[in-house]
Design a protein around this ligand. Structure first.
Ligand SMILES: [Zn+2]
Length: 417
């Protein structure tokens, strides 16, 4: 889908948000299911962006002005939309790629889920946010999917999914309004497939990039042969399916591909730890989204977000981009990097219907997420594990040359013998 580097001239001319590539995997949700599943749908403009005033975990608050309410009720004309990831009051940052980002002044269509604290989550994260982009004389509703890993599966998990269509913004709004009012009519707002690349955010690669500083991330400890342990949440899908074995397999792939430079070890099972919940010295693979970081569940019939990867870093006792100068950084070959202090992978609730049935697919997804946890973004090679799309044909006996090349950009991988 949009992860591929099919750039039109128009796409190059547009200055769109966040070119960093991502760490969220998903199966697309049909528009009908999005409308039916959202408590609130609104056309909004983003008024301001602020770090969430909570101790942990870091989150970002978007204050949005409601221009048009398409479904549901809200109190007041401005609501706070809180998305996971950001920089906390203690300066500790959590970067989760694939999570939608908005700019002040931007007009967006949001599918929202109310939270108990009065803020709103975005239903299915990047699948429930459509930015208005003007391109080629059209007003298009564009989802920022270049940051995420798409699984080209139908809801049944077998046949290929069609490429993400382009939606006419006004037509989409009208269709949503009708459906929310009980008038179900066929989709009439898809634009000509020939316009597929118009206005899409471009993917970048192969390294993850910090939004403030444009620095890349890496584990500096590997330089001193330090090893880092990955633990499993003892609860959840892993206890019932093949998640643990798939993760071990994924970890071995990176070890082999880097000729031992990537030193991730097995930290065993833990209880009562939250992935993406705080910088707690544990790299955790956890299941079932216990804190509801992802509003909405994955479903094998209607899709959704499967998993998220986040990396933790030190922003230097401040929440603004400017303060990052004092954070934990390292150098390699004369380049400055942000040091990854820990990483977490969160598997969404409901994902077991897909993952427990297919250990190879699970291993492929975990290998991809582990690649992000190493500081990698996406590579253009569609056979690679770090491609933006899961390829059923890619081998899991070894990583592709493009994956190996990407990891060698960050770490001193010894030549193979
Ligand atoms: Zn990805």
């Amino acid at each position: 889908m949009s992860c591929r580097s099919r750039l039109t001239k128009m796409a190059l001319l547009l200055s769109l948000a966040a070119a960093s590539a991502g760490a969220t995997s998903f199966v697309t949700v049909p528009d009908e299911a999005l409308v039916d599943g959202a408590a609130v749908i609104a056309q909004v403009t983003v008024e301001s962006v602020e770090p969430a005033p909570i101790a942990a975990p870091p989150a970002t608050d978007y204050f949005v002005q409601i221009e048009r309410l398409l479904k549901g009720y809200v109190t007041g004309s401005t609501v706070v939309v809180r998305v996971p990831g950001g920089i906390g009051p203690d300066g500790i940052g959590l970067r989760i790629w694939g999570v939608p980002q908005f700019r002040t002044g931007e007009r967006t269509l949001l599918f929202l889920a109310p939270r108990v604290d009065g803020t709103y989550g975005i239903l299915h994260l990047m699948l429930g946010a459509f930015s208005e982009v003007e391109a080629g004389g059209y007003r298009i509703a564009v989802r920022a999917l270049s940051e995420a890993l798409s699984l080209p599966l139908s809801s049944a998990g077998e046949t290929p999914m069609a490429t993400e269509p382009q939606r006419d913004f006004a037509g989409f709004v009208n269709w949503i309004t009708d459906r929310a009012n009980g008038l179900r009519r066929p989709i009439d707002y898809y634009l000509d497939p020939a316009l597929a690349d118009l206005g899409r955010p471009r993917a970048s690669g192969p390294l993850l990039e910090d939004r403030c500083t444009q620095l890349n991330y890496r584990w500096s400890g590997f330089d001193q042969d330090e090893a880092f342990k990955w633990s499993f949440d003892a609860a959840g899908y892993d206890g019932r399916g093949g998640g643990r074995g798939a993760f071990l397999r994924a970890r071995r792939l990176w070890k082999r591909a880097s000729n031992g430079a990537v030193r991730f070890q097995n930290g065993g099972a833990l209880r009562n730890r939250a992935a993406l919940g705080g910088l707690d010295g544990v790299n955790l693979l956890a299941f079932d989204d216990p804190r509801d970081d992802v509003a909405g569940s994955f479903s094998c019939s209607s899709g959704g977000v499967l998993s998220l990867t986040g990396v933790w870093f030190d922003n230097g006792r401040g929440q603004s981009c400017e303060r990052i100068g004092t954070g934990r950084k390292g150098f390699r070959d004369g380049r400055q990097y942000l040091e990854i202090l820990a990483a977490d992978i969160l598997v969404n609730d409901g994902a077991s219907c897909l993952l427990s049935k297919d250990v190879l697919l699970t291993a492929r997804i975990f290998a991809h997420e582990l690649g992000h946890s190493l500081g990698l973004a996406h590579v253009a090679d569609s056979a690679a594990v770090m491609s933006g799309e899961v390829s059923r044909s890619s081998s899991l006996e070894h990583l592709e040359a493009s994956d190996v090349e990407a990891v060698s950009e960050l770490y001193d991988t010894p030549p193979s013998r």
